[in-house]
Design a protein around this ligand. Structure first.
Ligand code: HEC
Length: 102
């Protein structure tokens, strides 16, 4: 009985450590990429459903420019995103579509 509860405690400690590691990973660049992805998928993919959209006819060339587009579109759609949320989406898009193939 006591061994069993010890193992359970060990398992939950490992899960906690795993959760902490995930949080640290996702904030490593000062932006929450995961939140950026969710916001983008919820609000923007009706028009941006394909990588080709960014590849073939790309207007932005830097993180700063991507950020300007995020501001433009989130304002246009009246999403009322905070600075942090715009940052997260810009960082997500930049990493996913604007950096060399990964
Ligand atoms: C109504 C359709 C539509 C929606 C919704 C939309 N976009 Fe766009 N987006 C476009 C079009 C079309 C362009 C091409 C530039 C232009 O004509 O304005 C574009 C361009 C962009 C670009 C520049 C891409 C490049 O060429 O480098 C970014 C970044 C972008 N949008 C982000 C977003 C984000 C973030 C959202 C959600 C807040 C969003 N868009 C929602 C249609 C849309």
């Amino acid at each position: 009985m006591s061994m069993r509860s010890t193992r359970t405690l060990g398992q939950s400690l490992m899960l906690t450590a795993f959760g902490v590691a995930l949080v640290m990973l996702s904030t490593a660049h000062g932006a929450d990429i995961q939140r950026g992805r969710l916001l983008y998928e919820n609000h923007c993919v009706e028009c941006h459903d394909d990588r080709a959209h960014y590849r073939n006819n790309r207007r932005a060339n830097s993180l700063g420019e991507v950020h300007q587009w995020v501001i433009r579109w989130s304002t246009h759609l009246k999403l009322d995103w905070s600075g942090d949320e715009r940052n997260d989406v810009a960082e997500y898009l930049y990493q996913r579509y604007y950096t060399p193939a990964q």
